[in-house]
Design a protein around this ligand. Structure first.
Ligand SMILES: Cc1ncc(C[n+]2csc(CCOP(=O)(O)OP(=O)(O)O)c2C)c(N)n1
Ligand code: SF4
Length: 283
């Protein structure tokens, strides 16, 4: 009789995931799995050493990423991943420090830290998963919720205008700015790879389905329906002024692409140069 030997099949990303923390908490149809795996595939393709990467998140469903990834990772308080990551990068400039968090976390409570990190061209990769609501706490509206969109706290439709995140990042001083949806997993991975290989403040917005907090109340439906919407309505426009990067989940288009990629001395380069100069002058 032939003896069957069971072969253990390992996922291609298993060296990057804390499997002991599985199953994850995300709802079916949520885009966060694609957002996270796009980053992990970028690590894999660049053949990075887990020891050279640190991931910092705040709270929320997106914030869980820090707990699931097998690198040095930090789940910080609400809105504070950027200042935490700045401290980390100054202490360990040789590490690739990534902030991976939600729109509520980075742009609402953490908005001030975001604009100043961009202004300083601080050497960080900031990935913001924008699902247009506060997913984890029950689907409240936030600063990226579209005008007229329904959330638990805007049952009659949101009457505030949202931020255009790439425009905000670029006008504050970010030197690499991109936006992709979870459908654009290939492009997203390429942008993350680019960001991992450059200095300065890189900002990547990932438009992601949240069927629970956003899709259903706005009659978009499930995660797959939102992905179909992205397929129908997204247009790639690399290199355009981000102020023209339209974003509509309410019937209009979603403009995606790499909008900004410029060279400007980064915060750490300026800091090192100044330290050198002061040392020379004091001799
Ligand atoms: C100081 C503080 N205020 C409020 C909360 C409650 N809270 C937890 S998650 C969250 C919203 C997160 O939204 P977002 O960053 O968009 O992440 P998502 O869950 O949508 O991925 C809030 C307000 C908190 N943890 N700490
Ligand atoms: S609430 Fe939304 S963001 Fe949170 S896990 Fe569910 S689908 Fe994803």
């Amino acid at each position: 009789m032939e003896v069957q030997v069971k072969k253990e099949v390992k996922h291609r990303l298993s060296r990057w995931i804390r499997e002991e923390r599985w199953p994850h908490i995300w709802c079916s149809g949520c885009g966060l799995g694609i957002a996270m795996s796009s980053m992990l595939y970028a690590f894999e393709e660049l053949n990075l050493d887990p020891k050279e990467i640190a991931i910092v998140s705040g709270i929320g469903c997106t914030g869980r990423v820090a707990g699931y990834v097998k690198v040095d990772s930090y789940h910080t308080t609400h809105g504070r991943p950027i200042p935490f990551a700045i401290g980390l990068k100054i202490a360990k400039p040789e590490m690739k420090v990534i902030v991976f968090s939600g729109d509520g976390d980075i742009i609402a409570i953490g908005g001030n830290h975001f604009i100043h990190a961009a202004r300083r061209n601080f050497d960080l990769i900031c990935i913001c998963v924008n699902n247009f609501n506060y997913g984890m706490t029950g689907g409240q509206f936030g600063p990226t919720t579209p005008y007229k969109a329904k959330t638990t706290t805007t049952p009659y439709g949101n009457f505030e205008y949202p931020f255009n995140l790439p425009y905000l990042a670029a006008s504050a001083g970010a030197t690499f700015v991109a936006r992709w949806t979870c459908l654009h997993a290939y492009h997203l991975r390429q942008s993350i790879k680019k960001a991992l290989q450059r200095k300065g403040f890189s900002f990547i917005e990932i438009i992601s389905p949240c069927p629970t907090g956003f899709g259903r109340p706005n009659k978009i439906g499930e995660g797959l329906d939102e992905m179909k919407y992205y397929k129908e309505k997204s247009i790639i426009k690399n290199g355009i002024d981000p102020k023209d990067a339209e974003l509509s989940l309410m019937g209009g288009n979603i403009v995606v692409g790499e909008f900004v990629d410029i060279n400007k001395p980064s915060y750490l380069e300026i800091l090192m140069e100044n330290n050198e100069r002061i040392r020379r002058e004091e001799k």
